[in-house]
Write a protein that binds this ligand. Structure first.
Ligand SMILES: NC(=O)c1ccc[n+]([C@@H]2O[C@H](COP(=O)([O-])OP(=O)(O)OC[C@H]3O[C@@H](n4cnc5c(N)ncnc54)[C@H](OP(=O)(O)O)[C@@H]3O)[C@@H](O)[C@H]2O)c1
Length: 279
């Protein structure tokens, strides 16, 4: 098996490279900016941009399996080149938002839905990993926590089941290495439903520093992130959080199904990332 990992600067892709390398599998790290990668000895890097189809064929030469980030507009071209190169299996990092009604029109779900459709219509066996919100989204709070021990939240009582990037990487490894699990779709989440207020408390406990949650209006939050979150995307996030405000959601069992052990807790994720909130 020779695995091409796209999006190698991404947290999931990067963790998967370490897992494959530790097993002795042949792995290639592809990235839009390979110069930024710090890779284990012996892992080659190469340039691949998921929105530049000219970069696909050279990256796929000699590859048998791919871990793919979702780019709805260009996945059809990627699947075509992968088939031509003799790739036998593609694992897509999709999104749990694909499970929602109207995903094909939804600002968050659409690109993942398109990527899944393109792969499902192609000749290469494809497996879809559909995670809910990443635990790593809390890194968006790191700057304000480090600066003043606060975090501004429009819906502090909104629940998610945050998933550790290592669980996603291990789930990807499980489907890459077990033919019996290939070709399906797996919904993945963390082991517990936690409100954002709960998550802030766990960061405080795990870092030993107080964290104060400041409730802010949805409009004020949208304004504060306008420089880097497009308006329609911010609206979709606000709708999602409003829908789970005070409502613990049902948990997805995909991590345990694929890896054979419970998903890591948010407390574990905080312990693994404490320096990001303190250094
Ligand atoms: N954050 C969440 O809660 C969440 C939940 C469900 C699904 N997802 C999906 O998981 C993926 C990664 O999420 P993230 O941004 O939070 O993780 P991240 O770890 O910050 O990953 C960012 C990296 O992923 C690669 N990448 C991702 N999407 C790409 C695309 N469309 N085209 C090219 N490269 C792409 C790029 O790597 P290189 O620069 O090395 O090429 C980029 O630097 C996204 O598709 C996201 O929609 C996220």
């Amino acid at each position: 098996m020779t695995v091409l990992v796209t999006g190698s600067r991404g947290r999931v892709g990067r963790a998967l490279i370490d897992l494959l390398h530790a097993r002795g599998d042949a792995v290639r790290a592809a990235s839009r900016n390979p110069a930024d990668l710090a890779l284990p000895d012996g892992v080659p890097s190469l340039s691949l941009a998921l929105d530049e189809p000219d970069t696909f064929a050279p990256a796929l030469d000699g590859v048998t399996s791919v871990f793919l980030y979702a780019d709805g507009a260009h996945t059809e071209a990627f699947a075509r080149e992968a088939a031509a190169a003799g790739v036998r299996h593609i694992v897509l990092l999709s999104s749990g938002s694909v499970n929602e009604p109207g995903a094909e029109r939804h600002p968050i779900g659409r690109s993942h839905w398109q990527a899944e459709q393109a792969l499902a219509a192609g000749p290469v066996t494809s497996t879809f990993l559909r995670p809910g919100p990443f635990a790593a989204n809390a890194l968006g709070w790191a700057h304000s926590i480090k600066a003043g021990g606060t975090v501004d939240l429009p819906y502090p009582g909104a629940y998610t089941d945050p998933i550790h990037e290592l669980d996603l990487a291990e789930a990807a490894l499980a489907v890459l290495t077990d033919p019996a699990r290939q070709g399906g779709a797996y919904t993945l989440g963390g082991p517990e439903a936690l409100s954002f207020r709960d998550q802030a408390e766990q960061i405080a406990r795990g870092t030993g520093r107080p964290v104060t949650v400041n409730p802010v209006s949805p409009e004020a939050w949208k304004e504060s992130v306008a420089a880097y979150v497009p308006g329609h995307f911010a609206d979709a996030l606000l709708d999602y959080w409003r829908s789970s405000d005070g409502e613990p959601l049902a948990l997805a069992g995909g991590v345990e199904e694929l890896t054979g052990r419970p998903a890591r807790t948010f407390a574990t994720w905080v312990a693994d990332h404490a320096a990001d909130f303190t250094a």
